[in-house]
Design a protein around this ligand. Structure first.
Ligand code: 13P
Length: 242
């Protein structure tokens, strides 16, 4: 399967997981999908040693500066040096708990790409925005304000994660996922040109072994960004085969 048509299964461990979980995935079966594991930063080096060679590693965040006096922060170059090739940016937990703005996320994308990391940019509406019928407006402003104009779309992944679906067991209807993914694709092509026509758009939010195949079958869904279910070895193996 060509790189472009290959779907992506990305695992976001958040502030969970352990060396033990990593070891349990050392024999993760090979998959037709591209697998990206984003463990806590402390496990990235070990991930390179322990996980199968074809599995890619990602960070969950990076600082917007190249280096400097930012105690406790991790730079894009550090992630790259430790073996990460991807980085999740703009996750809703970073936006809501750590008050990350679109402008800050834009600067993080710039820094990540400068240091050769592929950003996995998360966008999505919260429950209130959904109920007010503002989902598309919110997603549009996140995409418009977080993506640098001259970004290389071969080195970018978008993840649509409706905030109300994260960790709740709720998922949008299949037709709603399809509609939003189509909307994101159209917005990107309109604003960045045809180079955006192939960018993978992942779905995230309560993806699990039961719903993964149906969600993956939607034509504009380029894969999944999996939280809770990625912490369960057997379930994640099933999802990785979707
Ligand atoms: P859950 O799969 O636990 O809903 O989390 C989704 C997520 O936030 C992935 O980034």
């Amino acid at each position: 399967m060509s790189e472009k048509s290959q779907k992506v299964i990305a695992a976001n461990w958040k502030m969970n997981g352990s060396l033990e979980l990593l070891h349990s995935l050392s024999s993760l079966p090979s998959s037709k999908n591209k697998i990206i594991i984003c463990p806590p930063t402390t496990l990235i080096c070990k991930s390179k040693e322990i996980l199968p060679r074809e599995v890619f590693i990602g960070g969950q965040n990076c600082n917007e500066n190249a280096s400097g006096p930012y105690t406790g922060e991790i730079s894009a170059a550090m992630l790259y040096e430790s073996g990460a090739r991807y980085v999740i940016l703009g996750h809703s937990e970073r936006r809501s708990i750590f008050k990350e703005s679109n402008k800050l996320i834009f600067n993080k994308l710039l820094c990540a790409t400068k240091f050769k990391l592929v950003p996995i940019l998360c966008v999505g509406e919260d429950l209130e925005e959904k109920n007010q019928g503002k989902a598309k407006e919110i997603i549009e402003s996140q995409l418009g304000q977080c993506i640098p104009k001259d970004i290389d779309f071969d080195d970018l992944i978008i993840a649509y994660e409706p905030v109300w679906a994260i960790g709740t067991g709720l998922t949008p209807k299949i037709e709603d996922i399809a509609e939003i993914h189509r909307f994101i694709r159209d917005f990107l092509i309109e604003n960045f040109g045809s180079k955006a026509s192939q960018v993978p758009i992942l779905y995230g939010g309560s993806a699990n072994e039961k719903n993964c195949a149906e969600i993956m079958s939607i034509s504009d869904v380029g894969g999944l960004l999996v939280g809770g279910a990625s912490l369960k070895k057997k379930e994640f193996i099933e999802i990785s085969k979707a």
